[in-house]
Write a new protein. Structure first.
Length: 256
């Protein structure tokens, strides 16, 4: 820069001109600006350092949470993979012995051993195998028959037991469950086109399902006091109508 008085070269930091000795007014303004700049810079630097520390703390926490989430997700994926592998192996084992399993199921069906059919299919994981779709209706009816039979036994145990006991369900609740089981057994007779296409209703399987329903009617008549002529119609009743029929006749027997 030039001195405004003698026009000689002058540094902005020079308080006085080295040539004419006049005061350099720009030097004072420059010094004040630099002091103000340094103060702002120091304050800004401290703010940046403080903010960086807070950011690093948050980042560490977020990183820890992210790692924990990743580990949890990894365990979940491994567990799901293990389940998939286990299911795949079980499926292959069932398919490998499909001829044996089908022969065993057909023999039990021919004997009309409804409980044994359910137990065999459940024990051998046949209920979840794609290779046995043709037995889906049989599996459904047999499974609900086992529930039905167990609830009938619960009713009978109360009659035969002279001592008062605390049961997990009341007689009314058991009758309701029995009614629901019967309705599910009835539904197995008509599971739609998919089941028909898979071969669920061959003459042998249809005869099995009909005999199972007849067995249900016999047990309902024998142990729940439902007249045989009414029990014979139970296969065509709605769930609500079945429950009402059971409650009316069973409660009527107790009152007598």
């Amino acid at each position: 820069m030039k001195c405004p008085y003698c026009n000689n070269n002058l540094n902005i930091e020079d308080k006085y001109c080295p040539y004419c000795g006049k005061e350099n007014k720009f030097a004072k303004e420059h010094q004040e600006s630099m002091e103000h700049y340094e103060a702002d810079y120091t304050a800004t630097k401290q703010d940046v350092i403080a903010e960086t520390k807070r950011f690093q703390t948050k980042t560490i926490r977020i990183t820890i949470l992210a790692v924990m989430a990743a580990i949890a997700a990894g365990f979940f994926i491994l567990a799901m993979s293990a389940d998939d592998i286990s299911y795949s192996r079980r499926e292959k084992a069932v398919i490998a012995k499909s001829a044996h399993h089908k022969a065993a199921i057909n023999a039990l069906m021919e004997d009309r051993d409804y409980l044994a059919v359910n137990e065999y299919m459940d024990a051998n994981h046949i209920s979840y195998s794609d290779g046995f779709d043709e037995y889906y209706a049989v599996e459904q009816a047999s499974s609900y028959y086992s529930y039905f039979y167990g609830n009938i036994l619960q009713i009978l145990s109360r009659r035969l037991d002279d001592q008062e006991k605390t049961y997990y369900a009341s007689e009314e609740e058991l009758l309701t469950e029995i009614g629901k089981d019967i309705a599910k057994i009835n539904e197995a007779r008509d599971l739609g086109e998919w089941c028909e296409e898979k071969g669920c209703y061959t003459p042998e399987k249809t005869a099995y399902l009909e005999d199972l329903q007849n067995q249900v009617a016999v047990l309902v008549s024998a142990y729940l006091n439902v007249p045989l002529e009414d029990a014979a119609q139970i296969s065509s009743m709605s769930e609500a109508r079945i429950i009402v029929l059971l409650e009316e006749n069973y409660n009527g027997e107790k009152e007598d």
